[in-house]
Design a protein around this ligand. Structure first.
Ligand code: MG
Length: 461
């Protein structure tokens, strides 16, 4: 039995059996009270450090690293002036239930200026961001590169080579760009070296309920071109045809390849003169099947064929890409420049497709783009994000010469554009904002309306 302070709830003072709750990933503790009348009451705590207070964590790996990039260890003491002596005070996350659960990130400073970013969706990102907060507090947010490298070094024992640790760092890195831009009163693309273009092309990821029906796909392609104004599309090609004998062995039977060709033919013939169309295979097929499929599609105007084989084996990836005239795109499941390096250097891709808020952030994507450019490889940024990271990807797209397009993956979600106050995608393009930082402002009413259950809004400044 535990005495519960009931002054903050509508229960009479008293003693209740308490069922202690778990601390959720979202930073709250839920406890259950049982009254004498048999009624259950659920109490939620205010936002707290998630799970455990990571600033108190005994972690020799992170507490002591010989290569420590903190301000203190690096001996960075010079005053910067002009309002640039700013310190990070807090980092918070809020998860929004979009067509993916988007993790929004906000960094607070002692100057009263905040920066907002977004980590690619997935479990664990909020907790990892909470875990890294202690490495950021007291640091100057203008040192984006050093702080990102600092986090990678500090988290090297916890997976900063790839996976959700990199995703969490990406969300912080994007928020740092928004913050630095606001402090310096510059748009984020300017921090990446300036721009090549005012607008970045957007391609629309398309779906139909009859995804295996070539005519339904062609109808949807036509609708998206004519009604939504896109001239760049993508359809899934890893759809069951009814000819499968086994869904695990990655093998494509001739009838399956013909079915996929019929989808490609129907869509490209319907809109091919008005739109570029890519097709995604989601790392599904065997090497031999991928080669036969890619060769079969050579007669159509395919913008690219995406992830026909799994991304791990570069030898196979290269063999598939070099076997066909159909352009092959890979990259959304690979992390950091190190992860993309062999794909590019071994000429295993025709178009590289990093997911900016997953791969390491805005500067990391620029580094990948620069490496790709040495091999004359264009960049089509994979993206399933809210408007926050979508605009951030567009800033990167503005700043690199080899930007092909940025993906938009939420056209079935009616309120995607409501999440920020500004217009983002218009007529199939994102015009790069000229206001400081990312140039978009969260609509807090929309965020609140679509938050994951149990989540809270960011604290006000
Ligand atoms: Mg894909």
């Amino acid at each position: 039995m535990t005495r519960v302070h009931t002054s903050d709830c509508d229960l009479p003072a008293g003693v209740y059996p308490v069922f202690p709750g778990n601390r959720s990933l979202l930073g709250h503790v839920w406890v259950t009270l049982l009254t004498e009348g048999g009624n259950y009451y659920y109490l939620r705590s205010e936002r707290q450090p998630m799970g455990i207070d990571y600033s108190q964590l005994h972690d020799p790996n992170a507490e002591y690293t010989m290569r420590d990039l903190s301000t203190e260890t690096m001996g960075i003491t010079n005053e910067r002036g002009q309002g640039r002596d700013v310190e990070i005070t807090d980092v918070q996350t809020t998860m929004v239930d979009g067509n993916f659960p988007w993790t929004l990130v906000r960094i607070y400073t002692d100057a009263g200026i905040t920066g907002t970013g977004e980590a690619y969706w997935g479990a664990g990102a909020p907790e990892l961001i909470e875990r890294m907060k202690a490495f950021l507090q007291g640091e100057n947010p203008l040192d984006i590169d050093r702080l990102t490298e600092h986090l990678i070094q500090k988290m090297s024992g916890e997976g900063s080579i790839g996976g959700v640790t990199v995703t969490a760092i990406s969300g912080i890195e994007i928020a740092l760009h928004d913050l630095a831009g606001k402090i310096l009163e510059l748009p984020a693309y300017q921090l990446l070296g300036g721009k090549y273009r005012d607008e970045v092309r957007v391609y629309c990821d398309c779906h139909t309920e009859e995804e295996a029906d070539p005519i339904a796909c062609a109808d949807e392609a036509e609708r998206v071109v004519e009604e939504l104004g896109y001239d760049a599309l993508k359809f899934d090609l890893d759809v069951p045809s009814g000819h499968e004998k086994d869904r695990a062995n990655r093998h494509l039977r001739p009838a399956e390849i013909e079915h996929k060709a019929s989808i490609v033919e129907a869509v490209t013939e319907r809109v091919g003169h008005r739109a570029d169309v890519a097709f995604d295979c989601h790392w599904t097929f065997s090497a031999d099947s991928a080669k036969r499929l890619a060769k079969r599609l050579e007669e159509y105007d395919v913008w690219w064929l995406e992830d026909p084989v799994p991304p791990e084996n570069h030898d196979v990836q290269r063999e598939v890409s070099q076997s066909t005239m159909t352009p092959i795109t890979v990259g959304e499941n690979v992390y950091r420049t190190h992860g993309q390096r062999r794909l590019i250097e071994e000429q295993a891709v025709d178009i590289i497709a990093p997911d900016m808020p997953k791969v390491g952030g805005m500067r990391e994507t620029r580094k990948i783009a620069d490496l790709a450019d040495l091999y004359y490889v264009p960049v089509a940024m994979h993206n399933v994000a809210s408007p926050v990271a979508t605009v951030a990807s567009a800033h990167v797209g503005a700043a690199i010469s080899n930007a092909l397009a940025v993906e938009y993956h939420s056209y079935e979600l009616g309120w995607w554009a409501d999440l920020v106050e500004e217009d983002v995608i218009e007529d199939g393009y994102i015009e790069i904002p000229e206001s400081p930082g990312l140039g978009v402002t969260l609509d807090m009413d929309a965020v609140e309306a679509h938050m994951v259950d149990g989540e809270e809004l960011f604290d006000e400044v």
